[in-house]
Each structure stands twice: as structure tokens, then as C-alpha cells.
Design a protein around this ligand. Structure first.
Ligand code: FES
Ligand code: FES
Length: 127
């Protein structure tokens, strides 16, 4: 299969790979798996007091498209509000990376991961 240049770029130079302290009150963690292939993605956000995402990190155990999707999302969400981040659509990711149909679920994984990270952060604040 031919990968787009953007996928290869993110795959070879993934942005924001890493880990944050999941116990930190200002960090939201999303951990999701893709039933279709078993790939796993962890995406974390650090949120300011004003509800803006200051930093994002990811670790993906999966295919090149999943790595590229999560790398792209960590770039996109920096500077976004929680609500903006939660509204990201997998179709925006798939379009940006020109993912072929069989790789669309990889972008769904990234959408699920950022939504889960936002939900985790909000749940922490509610406590
Ligand atoms: Fe092989 Fe996702 S199916 S890495
Ligand atoms: Fe399953 Fe990409 S996440 S093949």
C-alpha cells in the first residue's frame, strides 16, 4: 500500500512522543484500542487553569497510520480548548493524512483517544 507523504513524515518523525504523569491533576489520559486490529494508543493532554490544552503527548503501539494520526492530533490540540479538542473528527485527520479506506479506523482511534483524554480530565476536575 502507498502511504501519503504526510503519513510517512509523521511516522518517521513522530511529534510529541512521550508520557505524562497520569496522576497529575492537570493531565487527562486517553487509552484506547482498535478492535479491528488490536492496536493501542495512549494520548495525554496537559490543561491550563483556563481550560486550554498546553501540551500533548502520545504513545501508539500500532501501524504507521495510527502513529501518524496520533502524532497529528497532538500537534492540532495544542492551544485548543477542551471543547474544541473533543469536537475533532476522524474525517479531518483522515483527510489531512489522505488515509486509504482500510486505514480509516486508525484515525478513529485518534479521535477516540483525544475524546477519552478530555473526558478523563473533566472527570478528575469533578472530583
Ligand atoms: Fe497491523 Fe494495525 S493492523 S498494526
Ligand atoms: Fe489498526 Fe491502523 S490502527 S491498522
Amino acid at each position: 500500500m502507498a502511504y501519503s507523504e504526510k503519513v510517512i513524515d509523521h511516522y518517521e518523525n513522530p511529534r510529541n512522543v512521550g508520557k505524562m504523569d497520569a496522576a497529575d491533576h492537570s493531565v487527562g489520559t486517553g487509552m484506547v484500542g482498535a478492535p479491528a486490529c488490536g492496536d493501542v494508543m495512549r494520548l495525554q493532554i496537559k490543561v491550563s487553569d483556563t481550560g486550554v490544552i498546553e501540551d500533548a503527548k502520545f504513545k501508539t503501539y500500532g501501524c504507521g497510520s495510527a502513529i501518524a494520526s496520533s502524532s497529528l492530533v497532538t500537534e492540532w490540540v495544542k492551544g485548543m480548548t477542551l471543547d474544541q479538542a473533543a469536537e475533532l473528527k476522524n474525517t479531518e485527520i483522515a483527510d489531512e493524512l489522505a488515509l486509504p479506506p482500510v486505514k480509516i479506523h486508525c484515525s478513529v482511534l485518534a479521535e477516540d483517544a483525544i475524546k477519552a483524554a478530555v473526558a478523563d480530565y473533566k472527570q478528575k476536575q469533578a472530583k
